[in-house]
Design a protein around this ligand. Structure first.
Ligand code: SF4
Length: 144
């Protein structure tokens, strides 16, 4: 399951990205962003696990810390992957809607086949149901 990127994660990522290949020491980053060391550390751990930043151990100002380097394009790539997974997870129609499919209670189902007098490819009842329940839902989703 993809992990959610918070506003803070995003803010940190883009701030570090601006620093280019040189990156920024972790103990400078949180001070410049005006956030706590704990929040920065937690967020950076997540960003590193997701492959969005690199952390290299360094000594800065006489203290052990990490140099943070953002991977260009990695956040956009992660978010678009996350969006795709979300779309795939969402069913096109709800399972309970299947019982409303006209074929489920159609008196002609035994005589219905491709090329027959009753043919699912040209059935107005079935087409109408698809238009209302599948295309209609897609239109509503796009408007959101
Ligand atoms: S496609 Fe139309 S005719 Fe055929 S079973 Fe479904 S509702 Fe009935």
């Amino acid at each position: 399951m993809p992990r959610k990127i918070s506003e803070l994660d995003r803010k940190i990522y883009y701030y570090v990205l601006e620093k280019g290949e040189q990156g920024i020491p972790q103990n400078v980053l949180w001070k410049e962003l005006g956030i706590t060391s704990r929040d920065a550390s937690r967020s950076l751990k997540k960003l590193e696990e997701l492959g969005l930043v690199k952390r290299e151990p360094i000594v800065y100002g006489g203290r052990k810390t990490f140099r943070i380097i953002a991977i260009p394009g990695a956040l956009k790539e992660y978010e678009s992957k996350e969006k795709k997974e979300e779309i795939i997870k969402r069913p096109l129609i709800e399972i309970k809607k299947f019982v409303d499919i006209p074929c489920m209670h159609c008196p002609y189902i035994d005589m219905c086949y491709e090329g027959g007098y009753y043919d699912p490819r040209i059935c107005d009842w079935l087409s109408g149901w698809i238009v209302d329940n599948v295309y209609g839902r897609r239109r509503v989703r796009r408007k959101k």
